[in-house]
Design a binder for this molecule. Structure first.
Ligand SMILES: Cc1cc2nc3c(=O)[nH]c(=O)nc-3n(C[C@H](O)[C@H](O)[C@H](O)COP(=O)(O)OP(=O)(O)OC[C@H]3O[C@@H](n4cnc5c(N)ncnc54)[C@H](O)[C@@H]3O)c2cc1C
Length: 228
């Protein structure tokens, strides 16, 4: 999996602080960005997070390119509706030599990984044969969920906070969790104040909502995210 931060809103924390300032002071648009020292930005952002007033963080977006992930992952990712996506098309791009993602649990088992590889090769051959018979927009129906894909996506900070809450959780599926953690590292480096309280629910909400399904490692998870 390769995750690249392509772009993000310039001065992300200052922009959010300016939006917050507009909400809580009589200042006009022409002075919103003036005198916003680091301490003032920190105070505005802390106030927003404390109040759960999250619309100002929607003004900041991050755009990522993701490669070497499966269609299983992308299917889960695009369920996050508050985002924009562009994904490699299996309608227009031929998949004669598609590469694939093998889950670690399969990779570490000799027999399982051999079976997996054999089936991927069988599907490749069946796809090529089928593509000679019908257009590849129909041949693609035979392709596996493991098939590698690439995409570009953009999410605003509010949607990212929700994404991390759900997908950084130990209960999330391993591949999308790996993506969520890679994205988390990038945005936290770019805007540490905006993501100071971000993470899975046990970090962002202060308690685990999973009940009997909890991983039971809340303290360990909190520590890991604090240090990330
Ligand atoms: C561990 C796990 C297991 C899952 N298992 C399944 C499963 O078995 N089957 C399945 O179908 N999905 C499953 N999902 C996907 C899940 O149901 C969500 O579709 C996905 O996580 C996207 O979350 P979201 O809707 O909060 O995100 P977004 O679509 O980005 O929405 C963000 C927020 O906006 C609000 N919102 C967006 N659209 C609407 C709307 N139409 N009406 C009201 N409010 C809206 C909600 O508050 C929502 O939380 C699973 C997710 C996780 C994390």
């Amino acid at each position: 999996m390769k995750v690249t931060l392509l772009a993000f809103t310039p001065e992300p924390e200052k922009i959010v602080a300016a939006a917050a300032r507009l909400c809580y002071s009589p200042d006009g648009a022409d002075v919103l960005l003036e005198g916003l020292t680091q301490e003032k930005i920190r105070a505005f952002l802390a106030r927003l997070m404390e109040l759960g007033h999250l619309s100002p963080v929607e003004h900041v977006s991050f755009t990522f390119a993701v490669e070497g992930v499966s269609r299983v992952l992308s299917h889960q990712l695009v369920r996050h509706r508050i985002a924009s996506y562009s994904q490699k098309s299996q309608r227009y791009v031929r998949e004669d030599n598609f590469t694939y993602v093998m889950p670690p649990a399969v990779a570490k088992d000799k027999d399982a990984s051999r079976l997996f590889r054999e089936q991927m090769e069988n599907i490749r051959q069946a796809y090529r044969t089928l593509r000679d018979m019908v257009h590849h927009e129909d041949a693609r129906y035979i392709l596996p969920g493991a098939c590698e894909t690439k995409l570009v996506f953009t999410m605003n900070v509010r949607s990212l906070l929700n994404f991390f809450r759900l997908r950084c959780c130990e209960r999330a599926q391993w591949e999308i969790r790996a993506l969520a953690e890679a994205v988390y590292r990038e945005v936290k480096r770019a805007a540490p104040l905006l993501f100071a309280a971000a993470g899975p629910a046990c970090v962002s909400d202060g308690s685990c909502p999973e009940g009997a399904m909890s991983c039971g490692r809340t303290e360990e998870v909190r520590l890991r995210f604090r240090e990330m």
